[in-house]
Design a protein around this ligand. Structure first.
Ligand SMILES: [Zn+2]
Length: 679
């Protein structure tokens, strides 16, 4: 692809000094392999054994892996686009003005330093204006609404979602939220490491408050009370495993029923401040939470609540505040929680910020310059091959009844797919962006996005909407939409490499397509039907058999030790692991079928490997990684994805085609006698 050369060229014209040039990793990367390792013994070592040595972790990253490698390439491309747009000139389109000025203001650290805390002063004033008597708590709802609209995560979550039970409707939801640590168990788990993190968190909160002008002693006291307050919220919250269960997070009720759980709270004042339309019904997605929140607010004194809001305002705006605050915020969330020694370069952070704020304005230019579009036809072919493979796979499942098979196929045939970028681009014309107002731009962009989301309530569903931006190196399945989505950003090497053969591309992006498709049929996806409604289409007997099979997967991955004494959470990662296993199987079937259609000789070797061997090597190489232990710990405790090493080996041990491809004997570590199989 010409992408890299163009990106690098654009960088050079800016005279920004030494420019790092990121290059994509090729689809079939022999330099990462360790051919001396026995593929039947540890396939990850065989396919990725030299990756870590060849890819030391840069100080500004929490790890090095395939996704990060391509992210850097894409961010470099975005930088070229943004620096050109930021340079100004009369020829800029309205959108180029917005993305350029947003980037320019974000890069202008001198001005950010000079402005100090002045840009958040109005919100700070709102918080201080609440007073300190007991009655002052009555004034909270409008202030919470204003803060949430500005993107500050306080007290609870509120937003828009598709109605789980009627996917044609868009409704409001309220949920748990407002924690500063990654998730509830960080507040409740005992053990030296968790206590250390909580201690570091309190010190960090105190430092942030001090840096914003609170006297040191008071800040320390406030930080301790904030931990106590957030611990009460954590106790009322669902854990990461329960949050994956749509049955546990769907309780649609009239607004009056919801309001009755919030005695003394004027919810209408919150709605108005957050710019929500008046809602008549709401999904109380975490019903245990709101009574706990009401109690926690009642028990806390007003000074604690004000300090709590101030801290969250500071942490969520830190990257557009003076360096002392930005650095302190990074020190806790980047250095302590992820082991990353240094912040990412400013240009990377600002490119990502524009992508987050106006991803479809930036994405439009990105797609024009960097998405050749020739991958789209091949992607469509692969998607169709893989859907066909799933059709055959369902036919041959020995554990599923005919009744459920018919319904499964109905769902499969209803899956829509989106590739590259949206057909209709989002309109940002009402968003005001100024070249000298970094924080103001961020707050206005947050309000713009908040309003865009809330305005969907009560409106018909837009099936063309994307939940990711075009440059993202990622893909997703959406159960309410029943669609699979592949942004342009991931359709490049190593994931899709047009210079490579089918075996390699089916192993890389093919397995990703299969993964997203299988999400429609994992432990969460199986609960939604082809129309995207939460509706049980399974016979009870088939659900029982499905659960026996998923228990096998949960047990397998739950046995992996990720770091120190922390094991992979088999239940939290079940959906992702089921998707990896099914996706890999489907991609393999599709690849064999495609080879047959094209009369390809599967035994012919390229780079010394047959097509099936290249397929499995490419799959494992999706997950080559070199990660910092802190980052693995943080991932394993809350992220539904298993670490890369286990994503590679954990799925391969269950593949019926693997042993033959590498001539492994049954009973070898990579070909266990008891393997798991769902799809
Ligand atoms: Zn997934």
């Amino acid at each position: 692809m010409p992408a890299v050369a163009q990106g690098a060229g654009a960088n050079k014209t800016t005279g920004a000094g030494a420019i790092e040039t990121y290059k994509p990793i090729p689809g079939f990367d022999t330099s990462s392999m360790d051919p001396a390792a026995d593929p039947c013994n540890d396939f990850y070592k065989f396919a990725c054994g030299k990756f870590a040595a060849n890819h030391p972790i840069p100080p500004d990253q929490s790890g090095a892996n395939q996704f990060y490698a391509l992210y850097n390439v894409n961010t470099q491309s975005l930088r070229g686009i943004l620096e050109k747009a930021a340079a100004g000139g009369a020829g800029r389109s309205a959108e180029e003005q917005k993305i350029g000025d947003y980037y320019k203001s974000c890069m202008d650290t001198d001005l950010i330093e000079k402005k100090g805390l002045e840009p958040i002063a109005p919100l700070m004033k709102e918080i201080d204006g609440l007073g300190s008597g007991m009655r002052s708590k009555l004034g909270l709802p409008p202030v919470i609404g204003q803060l949430q609209r500005a993107g500050v995560n306080v007290f609870f979550g509120f937003g828009e979602q598709q109605d789980y039970k009627d996917a044609s409707k868009q409704i409001a939801y309220a949920s748990q939220g407002g924690l500063g640590l990654p998730e509830k168990d960080y507040y409740l788990r005992t053990g030296a490491k968790d206590e250390e993190i909580r201690k570091q968190y309190v010190a960090h909160v105190a430092k942030m408050l001090t840096l914003s002008g609170t006297p040191e002693e008071q800040a320390q006291k406030d930080a301790e009370s904030i931990l106590q307050f957030e611990t009460a919220l954590a106790k009322g919250s669902l854990g990461v495993v329960d949050l994956r269960d749509p049955d546990k997070t769907y309780h649609l009720e009239p607004i009056a029923t919801f309001e009755a759980k919030l005695p003394g709270v004027n919810f209408a004042e919150f709605e108005s401040a957050v710019h929500s339309p008046k809602v008549t019904e709401i999904n109380d997605s975490t019903p245990g939470y709101f009574p706990a929140l009401v109690m926690a607010v009642r028990d806390a004194d007003m000074e604690t609540l004000k300090a709590y809001m101030k801290y969250h305002l500071l942490t969520s705006t830190a990257s557009r505040l003076p360096k002392r605050i930005d650095e302190e915020n990074f020190d806790f969330y980047g250095r302590k929680l992820n082991g990353q020694p240094e912040q990412r370069a400013r240009w990377k952070r600002c490119s990502a910020a524009v992508d987050g704020a106006m991803g479809e304005a930036l994405g439009k230019v990105y797609v024009q310059q960097y998405f050749a579009g020739d991958s789209k036809a091949k992607m469509l072919e692969m998607v169709s091959d893989i859907e066909h493979a799933m059709d055959l796979d369902i036919d041959h499942l020995d554990w599923m009844s005919e009744t459920t098979k018919v319904r499964a196929k109905e769902k499969l045939h209803a899956v829509a797919n989106k590739i590259g970028y949206p057909e209709k681009w989002r309109d940002y014309s009402s968003l005001e962006v100024k070249p000298d107002d970094a924080l103001g731009n961020t707050l206005r962009a947050n309000a713009f996005e908040n309003d865009r989301q809330l305005n969907k309530i009560g409106q018909p569903v837009d099936r063309g909407e994307w939940l990711m931006t075009p440059p993202e190196v990622n893909a997703y399945y959406d159960p309410s939409m029943n669609n699979i989505n592949f942004p342009a950003g991931i359709l490049q090497p190593a994931f899709y490499d047009k210079s490579q053969d089918d075996a390699v591309n089916y192993g890389h992006i093919g397995a990703v397509i299969g993964h997203e498709l299988t999400h429609g049929f994992d432990d969460e996806g199986k609960k939604f039907d082809g129309k995207g409604n939460l509706a049980d289409w399974w016979t009870p007997e088939d659900t029982k058999k499905f659960e026996q099979r998923t228990d096998c997967v949960a047990e397998e991955y739950g046995g992996f030790t990720a770091v120190d004494d922390v094991k992979v959470n088999g239940k939290l990662t079940l959906g992702e692991n089921t998707a990896d296993n099914g996706g890999l199987l489907l991609a393999y079937m599709a690849n064999l079928d495609r080879a047959k259609k094209e009369g390809e000789d599967l035994r012919a070797k390229k780079d010394g490997y047959t097509a099936p061997q290249r397929f499995y090597i490419a799959y494992a190489q999706n997950y080559c990684e070199n990660e910092r232990p802190e980052s693995i710990r943080t991932q394993v405790l809350q992220d539904p994805h298993s670490p890369g090493h286990f994503r590679a080996n954990g799925a391969i041990v269950n593949q019926p085609g693997f042993a033959e491809a590498f001539g492994c004997k049954k009973g070898a570590p990579m070909v266990p006698v008891n393997s798991c199989r769902v799809w």
